[in-house]
Design a protein. Structure first.
Lengths: 239, 239
DNA sequence: ACAATAGTATTTATAATACAATTAAAAAGG
DNA sequence: CCTTTTTAATTGTATTATAAATACTATTGT
């Protein structure tokens, strides 16, 4: 199961959160009432209510007397919550979702590189370099390469020295994992990609914010263009 | 009071959340135990525990047997949660905080304008135009101008048609409110600023993504430069 | 003296029950 | 038909009891 080590409340949070993010319960739908959830999960009201409160805190549901427990409009969902992102990740890969992730990465990462070039400390530069070394070494398995890739992007965000960018590490990590699901079958991790990462690092290290920004931007616009192209093909087929 | 209409649990969530974000309880600090919170707020364990669970869900605290309730490291805080943002806003204005907000806005908003230029529907364009009209009309009070300004930025995010950007409306709104606290005394809402907004809208309407991006970027880099300058002055005085 | 083990006490986790508050929907009244 | 009142369903809060987890202490054996 994976969730058996967690306490009851958290298991219910995970189960309901997953179902909401995967669309088993849709926006506006009612969840089972407290009483029903108690019997379904075979737990007390205490545990049930605490689970409901946690999902409420994450913006997924509302709970009011007589009205019951309902999935609220998706604009209220805390999409940057680490749990919510993981529940999204459990769903089917979806090109539109991938595009949405890439679009925001395009906003975040070039600017993070810009800030890293301005504010990175020695140890933060070392962390980025370390991730690059891991990427180069990992010639054996794809998994290692991807893990090192994630570490690279995370360390750049850390080097921005901005708490908001740092909090977005969850988001970027999830975005990369969604990306990997597609690219594993379509685009190998190329030497060119690795070199692009090295180039960005060099610009950060040499304190060239604008150049680092541009380099990151170009790489990501190219990736997004590929996905947009794939979506176009798909949509034309559908006609 | 403002919070008297909410239920007990939510009042406690608000009170504790506020204290954590304002630093009354610092990272690593223990909060009072469940039992103590019950007596302090004069409420039952039920309400107390549900409040604790909600703050846990927002990533602010952890709660484990024997160890008690502790404020976790700030990298776990869900800074994009609407409540957390409001609690930040209740604190003292802080130039460094303003800079952090502006830095992320610089990542988000130009790209949002880019996407709006690609994907905005008729009604979404109308919404942006409506906000601009409100900005122009509001010659009487500053509050109206600021409200219309917030509406402008929100409507651009909506027009991006990307759920992640839409979720960031909370963030941008808070960022603008923090900004207003400073600029109310330092920089008046100028005609030039209004014109910059109009220009961006025109580029979005005419489907010029890159131009809209550049226009938004230039405006925001200028604002950030001012703040950076102010911080420099402050830090030099401190020496 | 020290390490491993077992015991103890503190704190949260869960359960069960009772009652209060809210409110959507039905019933009553005009 | 509209307004008001009543009802009933559902969550909100309180209370008590017990279980589980774990930091700390004491014990034991070497």
């Amino acid at each position: 199961m994976e969730s058996s080590h967690r306490n009851l409340t958290q298991q219910v949070v995970h189960e309901l959160g997953r179902k909401i993010m995967q669309g088993s319960y849709k926006v506006g739908d009612s969840l089972p009432s407290e009483a029903d959830l108690c019997t379904q999960f075979d737990i007390s009201r205490t545990a049930t209510r605490e689970a409901v409160k946690m999902l409420t805190a994450k913006g997924l549901i509302s709970s009011r007397p007589r009205q019951g427990i309902k999935v609220v409009d998706s604009k209220h969902w805390n999409l940057f919550d680490v749990d919510v992102l993981n529940w999204i990740l459990l769903g089917k890969p979806d090109l539109y979702l991938l595009r949405h992730f890439l679009q925001l990465r395009l906003g975040i990462e070039p600017e993070a590189a810009y800030l890293a070039a301005q504010y990175a400390q020695e140890d933060e530069l070392a962390a980025i370099e370390n991730a690059l070394a891991r990427m180069k070494d990992a010639t054996n398995g794809q998994d290692d390469t991807h893990e090192a890739d994630i570490e690279f992007h995370q360390s750049v965000l850390s080097a921005s020295n901005n708490p908001f960018f740092i909090q977005l590490k969850n988001f970027i990590t999830t975005a990369l994992k969604v990306n990997i699901r597609f690219t594993n079958r379509m685009i190998p991790v190329t030497v060119a990609e690795y070199q692009a990462h090295v180039d960005i690092f060099e610009l950060i290290k040499n304190k060239k914010p604008q150049a680092a920004f541009d380099a990151a931007m170009i790489t990501q616009r190219a990736t997004l263009a590929i996905v947009n192209e794939q979506i176009s093909v798909l949509e034309n087929k559908a006609l």
